[in-house]
Design a binder for this molecule. Structure first.
Ligand code: GLC
Length: 595
């Protein structure tokens, strides 16, 4: 198995500009030491790894119903292995009424029939392992579906065995009228409290009404969820992505949140017409960290393999992010760093300073832990949200370079690698995501980033054989597809394959330190990666549509050499000879080894 992995890393590298013969002994050493173990048998398999998020409804349909499924994913594993990924995160595939497309779970120990069976899941895990790919399950702990038997029982009376499993609350009476207990809001619009006629009480739901929040103060709830964790570990998963993990607890005194004020001093109004409230009392309470430690203890009860915990952690500061690793590294392995990829207030402007600062924070202020950079997912517009000019693909390459050439574990989203773009619905009647219906036209929902994978230029882009797919195939599929890009030398797919291969096989790019360079440069983001053995690699990304020239002096970083050998670059500028003068085309990228 070792040899097979080594071979694939080398084949990928051979495809680079560098002839295979020039690979150094160091490079092959890095590949064999830490990288060539089967997924999650090497306890460090997840460090500096590449994790690929799949939205199962949209990846590959194997039975012609227009919805992706597990056997479809299994049939595409060879493609994913060639791409070079280490693990797949599957968004929820449990039985669900699908109000929130799987994030409303009605049974945690089974597979939704539209995605397959438990046997199909086991088969996927087995086939993935053969290809050194781990499977990561999405664990939704904050809430269940309102159709889950736990909730059905809980709402049936005030004295059943699950009466205290959810967040029930008496109404506030104002002038004889029933009102919600406070002003807390659902992320998906409206009050977070829903009146339940059966119980004659309100229940709290941070997300949709059909997603009641569990009561994490109840030890029986904790035990039930830790049993779920064990169940999937026994089915061979390599880890969990913990959904909405910061929202498990709320203020025990149920105090009102403050409003977020606009420049005129009045509360901001969101796309749903609600006054925007802060989330100081409903998000990231310290009790979350206690639960993380308990989840970690369960995950640690695995012999000879490492089960990782990833957190969906939209946080307010790098300090909050640091805390998620736990003071003794006993909480999350990989809390998602959303600061680099998702600027607050949705201002997606390619700003050199902002990237430099955020990446530097991740490098220096999280106690040396492994950052997990996430640039795209199923909840946000795809990467083209950054593009405001004619250099779309070039900007895509810049982003991919930052993601894969940083010292991080890189989280990518299916379709990124071929440059799939956001394709939102044009008409309200076509919207599938309920928030898009509620918030139309300001909030069009998340359908645009969940469209089917574009495999080829044939029927349904090779995704399905159905007359109608669950979301339409974007018109771009004719040219933006795997088959076309596999045979095109300068495709986005080609760039992704080369970047991932470099991240795996080059010792400096794999796990070398990262030092930001030229800190006042407003046009080019540059950094040095330096391995323990002193190998140095320079990365430079032009953030402008004008050609740029950069020069470096690395003596302060302990590098006295200045010759540079190209590892990878975008076309449009000559191969430099030294770090004194590196030219970059518009949104150009240069990666070179200093020697
Ligand atoms: C997370 C998921 C999102 C879902 C929400 C509620 O944010 O990523 O898709 O709607 O949790 O479960």
């Amino acid at each position: 198995m070792k040899a097979a992995r080594l071979t694939s890393a080398f084949l990928a590298l051979a495809a680079l500009l560098v002839p295979a013969a020039t690979l150094s002994a160091q490079q092959s050493q890095a590949s064999s030491d830490s990288l060539n173990q089967p997924a999650h048998q090497n306890r460090d398999w997840w460090k500096n790894a590449v994790i690929y998020e799949i939205y199962p409804r949209s990846f590959q349909d194997s039975n012609g119903d227009g919805i992706g499924d597990l056997n479809g994913i299994t049939s595409r594993l060879d493609y994913l292995q060639k791409l070079g990924i280490d693990a797949i995160w599957l968004t929820p595939i449990y039985p669900s009424p699908q109000v929130d497309f799987g994030y409303d779970i009605s049974d945690y120990d089974a597979i939704d029939p539209q995605y397959g069976t438990l046997a199909d899941f086991d088969h996927l895990v087995e086939e993935a392992h053969k290809r050194h790919i781990g499977i990561i399950m999405d664990l939704v702990l904050n809430h269940t579906s309102d159709q889950h038997p736990w909730f059905k029982e809980s709402e049936s009376s005030r004295d059943n065995s699950k009466a205290d499993w959810y967040m029930w609350h008496d109404p506030k009476m104002v002038d004889g009228q029933r009102e919600p207990p406070n002003n807390w809001e659902s992320v998906f619009g409206g009050s977070a409290w829903q009146w339940d006629p059966a119980r004659q009480q309100y229940y709290y739901h941070r997300f949709y009404i059909q997603q009641p929040d569990l009561n994490w103060n109840n030890p029986a709830v904790r035990k039930a969820m830790y049993d779920v964790e064990r169940f999937w570990i026994q089915h061979g998963v390599a880890g969990f992505r913990l959904d909405a993990i910061t929202s498990l607890f709320e203020d025990p005194q149920d105090r009102d949140e403050d409003y977020v004020l606009g420049p005129d001093g009045k509360p901001l109004i969101n796309a749903y017409g609600d006054k925007v409230v802060k989330t100081n009392l409903t998000d990231n309470l310290p009790e979350v960290n206690d639960v993380l430690r308990e989840l970690r203890q369960v995950a640690n009860q695995t012999e000879g393999r490492k089960v990782i915990l990833i957190g969906e952690t939209y946080l307010r500061s790098v300090d909050d992010l640091r805390k998620m690793y736990g003071t003794n590294n006993d909480e999350l392995d990989l809390p998602m760093d959303m600061e680099v990829g998702f600027p607050p207030n949705g201002v997606d402007v390619l700003n050199v300073d902002r990237f430099r600062q955020r990446i530097n924070e991740a490098e220096t202020e999280i106690d040396g832990n492994m950052p997990l950079f996430v640039f795209d997912n199923h909840d946000n517009k795809r990467w083209d949200r950054w593009v405001t000019n004619d250099h779309k693909e070039d900007v895509g390459r810049v982003l991919a370079t930052i993601l894969f050439a940083s010292r991080d574990t890189a989280m990518m989203y299916y379709g990124d690698e071929i440059g799939m773009v956001t394709t939102p619905p044009r008409r309200k009647q076509d919207v599938k995501d309920p928030i898009g219906i509620r918030g139309w036209p300001k909030e069009k929902g998340r359908d645009g980033e969940r469209t089917p994978m574009q495999w080829d230029a044939g029927v349904d882009a090779g995704f399905s054989a159905a007359a109608k797919t669950w979301l339409p195939i974007p018109p771009s599929y004719k040219t933006v597809n795997v088959a076309a890009e596999e045979s095109e030398q300068r495709s986005m797919l080609d760039w992704y394959e080369k970047m991932i291969a470099l991240k795996k096989a080059d010792p400096a790019l794999h796990d070398g330190d990262e030092i930001m360079l030229n800190p006042t440069d407003q046009h080019v983001l540059s950094w040095l990666r330096k391995s323990r053995d002193g190998e140095a690699v320079i990365v430079a990304c032009n953030f402008t549509a004008e050609p740029q020239t950069v020069s470096f002096n690395l003596t302060a970083q302990g590098v006295s050499t200045f010759h540079v050998k190209t590892l990878l670059k975008t076309p449009g500028a000559p191969d430099p000879l030294s770090i004194d003068m590196i030219q970059l085309g518009p949104y150009g990228v240069y990666i070179g080894k200093v020697e």
